[in-house]
Ligand binder design. Structure first.
Ligand SMILES: [Zn+2]
Length: 348
């Protein structure tokens, strides 16, 4: 019987006369991989050519660079909006330091920002379990409230841009939570492909993926409670990607405090890897599926972000991602897995 999940890759090479070796003919290898779920391709080349660049976080507190921050001090309640009382009776949701408010530049009909901390600049090592738990918790509560209030928007998403190289406009830690009928092309492609897989095999792709990755043991990082962490076969980020899947947790209504606790524990391991490898910035997304289905479980994706240098701060994305719609990665997933796995092995 053919395997349900195929990890298909093309090992390719480009030949040229190399000026660094007296114009000797050389062959440089690269790889194109096909995502086993969606069939989308991803390029792997330029190996080792992009290194994470250190950020001087202290400078973000310099008044000239800081400018006005709507999330600092008294401003976070004075200049941020409130929700309509029929949705959130108190106008905002709070827990610990986390305060969830409407996004003043909404992405969708119910669009929120969770201000995570009182501090303006928070290095990764200063994100305590409590800060992370409280922030995810107000976000999940908001999404659950919205889904009960207006079920016409079936898809729920958390997004997080951390530090300027990620494209984040504000240094002050914050996450976005929103529901949508149009959750983006990545989500839509994965959701549709997961449904097709389920219809073909009467099995959930994501659980099959975990089982398959555990057996081949090339990209599986480890289990932290209800979350299974692994490195995807095709990476969205230039410096790779890590994901966490919560099997059998199919919608926001099923996402519990225990899931959040497990997510935070795993995320702290990723943050330790980031800290040891000069990764100061990332994008993260947490996707929840539609209530009632059994093929698209909750999962998180996190990708490091950097600039190519600190001379002219060229961004790490270019025509590949933005115009070709093609991920380009300079790290092989199996190598990234080896590096990150140490943190999962040391966790207990
Ligand atoms: Zn601030």
């Amino acid at each position: 019987m053919p395997a349900k999940i195929n990890f298909e890759k093309m090992q390719l090479a480009s030949q040229f006369l190399d000026p660094r070796q007296d114009f000797k003919s050389i062959s440089t290898e690269f790889q194109v991989r096909i995502d086993p779920l969606t069939g989308r391709t991803g390029h792997f080349s330029h190996f080792g050519a992009i290194k994470p660049q250190k950020l001087d976080l202290a400078k973000y507190n310099d008044p000239e660079i800081k400018g006005f921050c709507p999330f600092c001090g008294e401003f976070k309640t004075k200049v941020t909006p409130k929700f309509l009382p029929e949705l959130i009776p108190k106008g905002r949701l709070s827990q610990g330091e986390a305060l969830l408010v409407p996004n003043i530049q909404p992405y969708d009909i119910y669009s929120s920002v969770a201000i995570m901390t009182n501090e303006h600049v928070v290095p990764l090592e200063e994100f305590t379990d409590k800060i992370l738990f409280d922030s995810f918790s107000v976000g999940v509560k908001f999404l659950q409230r919205v889904k009960a209030f207006d079920p016409s928007l079936p898809y729920a998403i958390m997004t997080w841009n951390y530090m300027p190289p990620s494209g984040g406009g504000l240094v002050h830690p914050h996450q976005q939570y929103f529901t949508s009928a149009t959750p983006g092309n990545q989500y839509t492609d994965e959701f549709n492909a997961s449904q097709a897989f389920y219809n073909t095999y009467q099995a959930d792709f994501w659980s099959e993926l975990i089982a398959s990755e555990q057996v081949n043991n090339e990209r599986y990082l480890g289990q932290v409670g209800s979350g299974h962490w692994l490195v995807p076969f095709v990476s969205s980020g230039v410096l790779g990607e890590v994901m966490c899947i919560f099997p059998n947790v199919f919608c926001i209504e099923e996402f519990t405090d225990a899931n959040i606790t497990d997510l935070v524990k795993g995320l702290q391991l990723i943050f330790r890897y980031f800290l040891d490898n000069d990764i100061y910035s990332f994008n993260a997304s947490l996707f929840w599926g539609v209530k009632g289905q059994k093929f698209f479980p909750a999962h998180l994706r996190i990708i490091p972000r950097t600039s190519l240098n600190t001379r002219d701060f060229a961004p790490d994305s270019n025509f590949f991602q933005l115009l070709l719609g093609e991920p380009l990665c300079v790290v092989m997933p199996e190598d990234l897995c080896k590096d990150v796995k140490k943190y999962f092995e040391q966790k207990s």
